[in-house]
Design a protein around this ligand. Structure first.
Ligand code: NAD
Ligand code: DAU
Length: 352
């Protein structure tokens, strides 16, 4: 790998991945971050990287739906590897307005594939790695796991758009021979996550003494993975993954939402010298998310057995670090919060 194009590098996982790439010793590749800078992006996340690695890190503001711009960028930096994170990523927003999800997640991925296909045929592309989500597999009952062989049963506009993009990526491998790999990951948590997602939202609301909205009965289950471990998994796939293959990545760490929120109350209370009970009193059960998937649980034996990947951060350590990060970065939080979205939340879920 000499020239890695990362899409969506100013978002949550993309930022962590770019930072991860520059922590590697002995690597000389350049990294080109292509991001449209939507509400979920913060270009300031990588200002220090830009300063320290000005000869190896480049930022290009562009929309992945814009074929000309993407083609120009791939040529300009002689890109040989693509790691594709850019997406509309929030389920609630996809319920509010699916249109951007169809545009970016489906048309954007298609446009990117088209721009890459031409260069692949000239022998210039060694890998197109696509980042996907366990939500494409649908919703589980009390038992069972998602395997790479599980059928796709997406149930929200977000997961349907991600499923469509996965199918497109696979079709470019089967039809044009493009060197693709796909990873399908469970819920990530960690620094730089936009505070519309459960964990940062709860932390911020606790710090501001606001209600902690739990959807429905709070017994929905998610499998949580520290974002750093998602990055190490992607790296292993880039290095050792088999072209054409899909790899599940998960935390093997299932939590009911309500238990997780209560646990967070205990963690945050310790940090800000409050009684956990006073934070727990802020919990409010609110109207459920339409079509709310009941349980996600990933089986990630394949990446463990074939590529030797392992999770390295246990949940308590990762959450403790995450809570500290948001407390230290309250200014970051204030900058990224969007008034418009909060209004929508108020109307639809009855809290703000
Ligand atoms: P995010 O919303 O935090 O960031 C998305 C980034 O993509 C933003 O910087 C945004 O500006 C950029 N972007 C959006 N539309 C664009 C466009 N048209 N052109 C260029 N850039 C655009 O998302 P995230 O949570 O970091 O998720 C990254 C990827 O990982 C997504 O593909 C998501 O589906 C997938 N994923 C996320 C999780 C999770 O828990 N967050 C889990 C599994 C998979
Ligand atoms: O599973 C991977 C997916 O995880 C990613 O593909 C998505 O990009 C990412 O947003 C995430 O989707 P979820 O819908 O699982 O994440 P979210 O943080 O929105 O919600 C987590 C759970 O918490 C879910 O069951 C809904 C619930 N929830 C969420 C919010 C924001 C609440 O109960 N209250 C809330 O205020």
């Amino acid at each position: 790998m000499n020239s890695i194009l990362v899409t969506g590098g100013c978002g949550f996982i993309g930022t962590n991945f770019v930072r991860f790439l520059f922590e590697k010793d002995g690597e000389n590749f350049i990294v080109v971050n292509v991001d449209k800078l939507t509400y979920a992006a913060n270009p300031e996340n990588l200002v220090d990287i830009q300063e320290r690695y000005s000869k190896r890190y480049f930022f290009e503001r562009a929309d992945i739906c814009d074929f000309e711009s993407i083609s120009r960028i791939i040529d300009k930096y002689d890109v040989d590897t693509i790691v594709h994170f850019a997406a509309e990523s929030h389920v609630d927003r996809s319920i509010l307005g699916p249109s951007d999800f169809v545009k970016t997640n489906i048309v954007g991925t298609f446009t990117l594939l088209e721009a890459v296909r031409e260069r692949f045929e000239k022998g210039k592309i060694i890998r197109f790695h696509h980042i996907s989500t366990d939500e494409v597999y649908g919703s589980l009952g009390k038992e069972g796991y998602f395997y790479e062989s599980s059928p796709y049963q997406p149930r929200s506009p977000y997961s349907a758009s991600k499923a469509a993009s996965d199918h497109l990526v696979r079709s470019y491998h089967n039809t044009y021979g493009l060197n693709v790999t796909i990873s399908i990951c469970s819920n990530n948590y960690g620094p730089y996550q936009f505070p519309e997602k459960l964990i940062p939202l709860m932390i911020v609301n606790m710090l501001e003494n606001k209600e902690l909205p739990v959807y429905g009965d709070g017994k929905h289950i998610r499998d949580w993975l520290f974002v750093y471990d998602h990055c190490t998994a992607i790296w292993e796939i880039l290095k050792k993954g088999k072209v054409g293959e899909t790899y599940n990545i998960g935390g093997e760490n299932e939590w009911e939402n309500i238990r997780l929120v209560e646990f967070l109350c205990e963690l945050v209370a310790k940090k800000i010298n409050k009684e956990a009970g006073s934070l727990k009193k802020l919990i409010k059960f609110v109207k459920d998310r339409p079509g709310h998937d009941r349980r996600y649980a990933i089986n990630c034996e394949k990446i463990k057995n074939e590529l030797g990947w392992r999770q390295s951060v246990d949940f308590e350590t990762g959450l403790d670090f995450t809570v500290d990060w948001y407390i230290r970065n309250i200014e970051w939080l204030n900058k990224v919060r969007s008034g418009e979205y909060l209004k929508w939340i108020e109307i639809n879920y009855g809290y703000r």
